[in-house]
Design a protein around this ligand. Structure first.
Ligand code: C2E
Ligand code: MG
Ligand code: MG
Ligand code: MG
Length: 287
């Protein structure tokens, strides 16, 4: 039992851990409630194309508006949901909510952009993942070509041989696939080539570290790798003009970060899609 409970076994020996465990149990109960009521909300952050200067994609990021605790960041409840298995329900809710928002945006005339959703490693491990997603797509009428899944490097590299089949199933539905937080895990380059993936997302820690030689070297290496494997590449976590300028000079295709926009509510997405950064991007590229 101690083994399967992982860290929680300390609760028998340590008072502090005890109250933490109680807090976790409470949060788990409340998350179950949140999934049924209206407490979860998706926010969206633009992914700007270097070529068009506009958002060609948006990433869905889940938020929990907790009645007692206020805004709980995903970093605080995704790991919990992964431990309890609630992440499966949460992950499916995200896709359904994206489908609902896409309908709204379409009636306003916006339907030529991709929406990325984050898939937890736990959800990715699910044997029926492709079937489940295909069924949600069918049920909601979402266009599969509009949906991109962000998978983590470690999730796809663990059991790589088995995952090739799974990734192919997801591709055959019509979805695009991105590798999130790229560079933080251990990629086998030979598998990376065999995986039917479309995009690498450079982890934001490397972008934050661009002013150091090491940080820049890693970003350069990922850009070169994606070019030679003919993958799209997106840098996330861009906060400053210096970072943006560096990435533009190095021909990074897609750009995401607070510099362009914080994640915003669905109602504000049409405004995001009408932003045009062409002039800014071309003036920075010339510098
Ligand atoms: P991620 O997928 O790598 O998402 C990027 C995170 O960086 C987001 O944090 C985003 O708000 C934040 N970010 C964006 N631009 C900047 C920037 O310029 N500077 C900095 N410092 N941060 C920036 P968020 O929304 O708190 O999400 C954290 C993580 O939680 C995500 O990392 C993702 O792994 C997970 N997550 C979020 N939504 C979902 C979801 O719907 N399902 C699953 N399974 N995981 C999710
Ligand atoms: Mg992501
Ligand atoms: Mg990331
Ligand atoms: Mg992350």
């Amino acid at each position: 039992a101690a083994k399967s409970e992982g860290r929680a076994c300390y609760r028998f020996y340590n008072e502090t851990m005890n109250s933490k465990a109680v807090e976790q149990l409470k949060l788990e109960e409340e998350l179950r409630h949140a999934l049924k009521s209206d407490e979860l909300e998706l926010h969206y952050q633009p992914q700007v194309s270097k070529i068009t200067g506009t958002a060609v994609g948006i990433e869905a990021l889940v938020r929990w508006n907790h009645p007692r605790l206020g805004a709980v960041p995903p970093g605080d409840f995704i790991p919990l949901a992964e431990r309890t298995g609630q992440i499966i329900e949460l992950g499916e809710w995200v896709i359904k909510e994206v489908a609902r928002h896409c309908k709204d945006w379409k009636t306003q005339g916006f339907d030529d952009f991709v929406v990325s959703v984050n898939i937890s490693p736990v959800q990715f491990k699910q044997a029926q993942l492709a079937e489940r997603i295909a069924s949600i797509i069918k049920q909601t009428g979402l266009t599969p070509e509009r949906l991109e899944l962000e998978l983590t490097e470690s999730a796809i590299m663990t059991d790589a041989q088995t995952n090739i089949t799974k990734l192919q199933q997801l591709k055959s539905i019509g979805l695009s696939l991105a590798v999130d937080d790229f560079g933080t895990g251990y990629s086998s380059l030979s598998y990376l080539k065999r995986f039917p993936i479309d995009t690498l997302k450079i982890d934001q820690s490397f972008v934050a570290d661009l002013d150091s030689l090491d940080g820049a070297a890693i970003v350069d290496a990922i850009l070169a790798l994606s070019k030679s494997l003919k993958l799209k590449v997106i840098a996330e976590g861009i906060e400053t003009e210096e970072q943006l300028s560096y990435l533009l000079h190095k021909q990074c295709d897609l750009l995401q970060g607070y510099y362009f926009s914080y994640p915003v509510r669905a109602e504000e997405v049409p405004d995001l899609l009408q932003q045009n950064y062409s002039q800014l991007l071309s003036s920075l590229s010339k510098r």
